[in-house]
Design a protein around this ligand. Sequence first.
Ligand code: S3P
Length: 199
Amino acid sequence: MTDTSLHGISRTSADADLLSVLGRRSIVLVGMMGAGKSSVGRRLGTRLGLPFVDADTEIEAAAGMTIPEIFERHGEPAFRSGEARVIERLLDAGPQVLATGGGAFMNASTRAAVRDKAVSLWLKAEFDVLMRRIKRRSDRPMLKTADPAATLQRLMAERDPFYAEADLIVESRDVPHMTVVEEIVSQLQAHLKCGEYKP
Ligand code: S3P
């Protein structure tokens, strides 16, 4: 069955078009901890028939330890350089949906590599939404501070200008994940100019 709601193009052919225009590029999700990069990214991968890769999981596999352990034993700078190396390597394995850790897009070389080899998308969420979600997990080294809410606020202020460099922005909020996924697909189709007449 096809859905002809998208500018008169059947959704299935628009999907095929999206994948063909995307080529070897990855779809890279950036944004704060708690924005839903992994849960939305996994569903986006399934929706588009692309593999989903979580950079944090790959970093842990490469290091043979968890992210909290990397921070504890080697410190944040070591984590950041490992993170940049792993993402650079992963970007050569597209097409895929790649979720990156909240700090990854602060690195200028990572941003340049993403610009070159991917379409980037900022999964943007309000402070309150992030705070509520972040409270569910206690293993994030960046928030192990005396005042996690103030830390989150500071990180958002520092990082938002860099996230804003992403090609696309989609709001992550308390709606079903698939609603956000469909918004991403529509934005990708528009960005990649899918379904346009190409003589
Ligand atoms: C970090 C976010 C984490 C992880 C690490 C550092 C950050 O990933 O990479 O704990 O600096 O924001 P998520 O954004 O997937 O939680």
